[in-house]
Design a binder for this molecule. Structure first.
Ligand SMILES: *Cc1c(COP(=O)(O)O)cnc(C)c1O
Length: 375
C-alpha cells in the first residue's frame, strides 16, 4: 500500500508528515472525549496523508475503532491493523455482503434497503453481522429517515433485526459553527432517537463536536480533520498541532522589469522591478489554482529565507511564482526550498487563500512529492 518514495532530486517538493503530532492530537482529543471512546476517521487515505502509516500511529496512540468511506479502504486498513474495528461510512452497496465479511469490516447502514440486505446476508450465512445504523437528523445525506427508526427499534426489541446493531450514529451539518441552531436541533433529535435503541452505543460527534464536548460526546466520537492539524472550531485559536509540512524547490530566480506581468492570463502586473522565485509545484500537486494571486486578490504565501513572501500570478500545473523582491540581496539561491505549508502557514491559511477548507487542501495533496514520515 505504501508507494515507494520518490527520491528527493527527482521530485518537485518535500511533504513531511509528522506522525508524532498525529499521536499527540489523538491524545488531546481523547482527553476531550472523557469516558466516551475516541475513534479515528481515516477515510480518503487518512485525508491524503497515507492511511497505512497514519492508522498504525493512531493504533499505537490507543485508537481501536476506525472509520473509512469505502470497502477498498477498509481492505487496505485491515492489512495494516488486523485487530481494529473498521466501519465503512458509505454503507453497503448491492451484493457487497461477502466483501464486508471477507474484510471483517462493518457497514454503516443508512437505509432500510441496506439493512434488509445485510440482515438477509447475515442470516443465510449464520453471522452476527455487527453493523452501525445511521440515522439522518438534518443533514439530508445518508441515514434512515426519522419515521423509519421506530419500526427498526421494534425489530431490535423483538429480536427480528437479523444482525447485531453495534452502533447508532448520526452526523452534524454545522458542527464547525457551534452557535448554529441546527446543531441543537440535531442533538435533540438524536438524543430522542437513541432512547429507541437501548444498550446500543451512540455516536454523533466529528472533530468540531468533540471539541465542543458536553452532550455531543455520547459513547463514541469520530474525529478526522483535528487529527491532521485542521482547526475544528475556526472561530477560536487552533488547539491542534500542525501535522503537514510542504516545501517546494526553487528552480529559477529571475528579475522582471516594472510593468511586466507574470504567468498565464497576465493576471498580475508587477509595478516595480521585481525578483521572482519559480517553484516546482503546481495545481497538479494539489496546490489549488484558486490559491494564486492576481491584481484583484492576494493568493497564498510562501516562507523563504524565514520571511513570508506573496505568490505572484496564476498557479500553473507544475510551477508557480513567488515575489521575493523584499528579501535581502542574496538571501536565496536556486535549489533552496520554499515552505508552502509550515513555518506558521497552516492548512487553514492556504485554504482561506483558495476559498476552500483545510480538508480539501489535505485531500488534494499530490503524489509527486518526496514523502517523509517523521515518527
Ligand atoms: C468525515 C466524517 C467524520 C469526520 O469529520 P471531521 O470533520 O473530519 O472530524 C465523522 N463522521 C462522518 C459520518 C464523516 O463522514
Amino acid at each position: 500500500m505504501t508507494m515507494p518514495a520518490i527520491p528527493e532530486p527527482q521530485a518537485g517538493g518535500l511533504l513531511r508528515i509528522d506522525l508524532a503530532a498525529i499521536a499527540s492530537n489523538y491524545a488531546l482529543l481523547r482527553k476531550k472525549t472523557g469516558a466516551a471512546e475516541c475513534a479515528a476517521v481515516v477515510k480518503a487515505d487518512a485525508y491524503g496523508l497515507g492511511a497505512e502509516l497514519v492508522a498504525k500511529a493512531l493504533w499505537d496512540a490507543g485508537a481501536r475503532t476506525f472509520f473509512v468511506a469505502l470497502p477498498y479502504e477498509a481492505r487496505n486498513l485491515r492489512a495494516a491493523l488486523p485487530d481494529a474495528v473498521i466501519y465503512v461510512l458509505s454503507g453497503l452497496a448491492p451484493g457487497a455482503g461477502p466483501t464486508f465479511w471477507d474484510i471483517n469490516a462493518r457497514p454503516v447502514l443508512g437505509s432500510v434497503a441496506e439493512m434488509e440486505e445485510w440482515a438477509a446476508f447475515c442470516q443465510s450465512n449464520n453471522l452476527d453481522g455487527d453493523a452501525a445504523i445511521h440515522v439522518d437528523t438534518g443533514m439530508n445525506r445518508l441515514g434512515l429517515e426519522l419515521s423509519e427508526t421506530g419500526p427498526v427499534a421494534d425489530r431490535i426489541s423483538t429480536g427480528r433485526l437479523g444482525f447485531k446493531p453495534a452502533l447508532v450514529m448520526s452526523h452534524l451539518a454545522c458542527a464547525d459553527e457551534p452557535d448554529h441552531p441546527l446543531n441543537k436541533r440535531q442533538l435533540d433529535v438524536f438524543t430522542a432517537i437513541r432512547k429507541l435503541f437501548p444498550g446500543v452505543p451512540a455516536s454523533l460527534a466529528n472533530s468540531s463536536a468533540t471539541l465542543t464536548g458536553g452532550d455531543y460526546l455520547f459513547d463514541l466520537c469520530r474525529p478526522g480533520i483535528a487529527l491532521y492539524g485542521g482547526n475544528p472550531l475556526p472561530a477560536s485559536a487552533n488547539p491542534m498541532q500542525p501535522v503537514v509540512r510542504l516545501q517546494a524547490r526553487i528552480v529559477q530566480i529571475r528579475t522582471t522589469k516594472a510593468g511586466e506581468t507574470v504567468g498565464y492570463g497576465a493576471t498580475q502586473t508587477l509595478h516595480r522591478q521585481s525578483l521572482l522565485a519559480i517553484l516546482s509545484i503546481g495545481y497538479a500537486d494539489g496546490l489549488l489554482r484558486a490559491a494564486g494571486s492576481s491584481d484583484k486578490a492576494n493568493g497564498t504565501n510562501a516562507v523563504i529565507s524565514g520571511r513570508r513572501c506573496p505568490f505572484a500570478g496564476r498557479i500553473s500545473m507544475d510551477l508557480c511564482a513567488v515575489d521575493i523582491t523584499d528579501l535581502p540581496a542574496g538571501a536565496v539561491k536556486r535549489g533552496d526550498y520554499a515552505t508552502i505549508i509550515g513555518d506558521g502557514i497552516g492548512i487553514d491559511d492556504v485554504a482561506r487563500a483558495a476559498g476552500t477548507i483545510g480538508y480539501e487542501i489535505l485531500t488534494s495533496l499530490g503524489s509527486r512529492y518526496t514523502r517523509i514520515y517523521t515518527p
